[in-house]
Design a protein around this ligand. Structure first.
Ligand code: GLN
Length: 447
């Protein structure tokens, strides 16, 4: 597949021909990565996750409850990429309301991993990652609340980047957990990820959490020769499986050989990451999803009165995982448990952030696994608690609001990709891309 950088040198006519090709190849692939083939704008086609509004397109967040809903306005990330020679093309499959780690909970069915059709692509942005890995998209947008860009990128052997919270506008992104959500790129390589990140980033008055200062474009200034100090969190790695630990050790060696300085650190509170995240994310999700009542958006169930309308619409419209999270979220926000769970989780969130910041006093970047294993088999993640545990390496980064990038470094014996992530200080995307570009060269991953 042509890279995003190359594609940006082509004419609109050539890109129009490519779109026809992509649609045919996507249908033939059997991956179920695309759930629609709409076009909006002119230029290089970028695949869009089904929770980002493109004016006039269906936007369903992979849910039955939003069937029939048409976006009445455009997400700022889409407006921005359209001004940079790109266009929106096609809807990427996802876990319902971005809740999940496998893309098995979508109303549109399971997406498959191009590296093994019995494997999940990861989630929730599984359609975006599978399409880029499967050669049926040049690049894609995903969203990352607790790993949903980085983890599917790692499972599929592509590059996925989560910007600093506030760097990319959330205007027009269906809210899952508003204090954690960020839109970001999934691409074939680090440079393409930087190009797409540059295109979508920037201040936006319509998002009150948008950072209101500008930073320069990165893609043209990536310095892969810059020597950095990279922290490895020794007590963090032991939870990962043997192949991931091996890939980690090899990458550390490759980074040292490339001239970077490795420093060893420990983090004391990682055992609280999952509980903290699943309290805060579900609390915010329960609140955000209260708006889906059968009156204002999408599907409306048969009913005799208003109460029944809410009840039936939500019972029939939401899938099991979404219902589980609404229940959990309402529980932790209820008057009897608010202090014990929600308030305490907010405090722990600050401790987690402070712990990251302390490491950044001595290091430019942190190297970490993305997931404890390679992509699981389809159907193997039925126990929700087990699935939540697989988010152990990604969610703290969202709690701390930091930027991070996942890139493939190795494959296991069965040819399944293993990804690792670099994490940077808030708003230090330049250092993140410099380090990622160097790491990409150092590990020399072959597709
Ligand atoms: N797997 C995590 C969850 O289910 C993260 C999802 C995401 O980043 N959207 O909440």
């Amino acid at each position: 597949m042509i890279t995003l950088k190359e594609a940006l040198t082509k004419s609109n006519e050539e890109m129009a021909e490519l779109r026809v090709e992509l649609e045919a190849k996507a249908k033939e692939s059997g991956l179920n990565a695309y759930v629609g083939f709409e076009s909006s704008g002119e230029g290089v086609p970028i695949l869009i996750k089904d929770n980002i509004q493109v004016n006039g397109w269906s936007v369903t967040s992979g849910s039955k409850i939003l069937q029939g809903y048409i976006a009445p306005y455009e997400a700022t990330a889409i407006t921005n990429l359209k001004s940079k020679g790109m266009m929106a093309f096609g809807r990427a499959n996802m876990d319902e309301f971005a809740m999940g780690s496998t893309t098995e909970s979508s109303y549109y069915g399971v997406t498959k991993n191009p590296h093994g059709d019995d494997r999940v692509p990861g989630g929730s942005s599984g359609g975006s990652a599978a399409a880029v890995a499967g050669g049926i998209a040049i690049a894609a947008l995903g969203s990352d609340t607790g790993g949903s860009i980085r983890q599917p990128a790692a499972y599929c052997g592509v590059v996925g980047m989560k910007p600093t919270y506030g760097r990319v506008s959330r205007f027009g992104l269906a809210a899952y957990a508003s204090s954690l959500d960020q839109i970001g790129p999934i691409a074939q390589n680090v440079e393409d990820a930087a190009i797409l990140y540059d295109a979508i980033k920037g201040h936006d008055d319509r998002d009150s959490t948008s950072a209101d200062f500008e930073i320069e474009d990165i893609a043209n200034n990536i310095d892969s020769d810059r020597k950095l100090t990279i922290a490895v969190i020794d007590n963090y790695i032991s939870e990962a499986d043997e192949d991931t630990q091996k890939a980690y050790a090899q990458t550390v060696k490759a980074l040292e050989e490339a001239g970077h300085t490795i420093v060893h650190k420990n983090m004391q509170n990682t055992k609280y990451d999952i509980a903290t995240y699943y309290i805060l994310a579900t609390a915010e999700a329960a609140t955000n999803l209260a708006r889906f009542d059968g009156v204002r958006y999408g599907t409306r169930a048969e009913s005799k009165n208003t109460e029944e309308l809410f009840y039936n619409t939500r019972s029939e419209g939401f899938g099991d995982e979404v219902k589980r999270r609404i229940l959990l979220g309402n529980f932790v926000l209820s008057s009897g448990y608010y202090d014990a769970y929600y308030l305490k989780a907010q405090k722990v969130r600050h401790i987690i952030r402070d712990e990251f910041n302390a490491i950044f006093d001595d290091a430019d970047l942190i190297l970490s696994p993305v997931a404890p294993s390679v992509a699981p088999k389809i159907g193997a993640s039925e126990d929700p608690l087990e699935m939540y545990k697989s988010d152990m390496y990604t969610i703290a980064i969202n709690l701390a609001g930091l930027p991070a990038i996942s890139l493939p470094v190795a494959k296991d014996d069965e040819g399944m990709p293993i990804g690792l992530q670099l994490i940077a200080k808030a708003f230090n995307e330049k250092t993140l891309f410099d380090g990622a570009s160097s790491m990409e060269k150092a590990v020399n991953y072959t597709k």
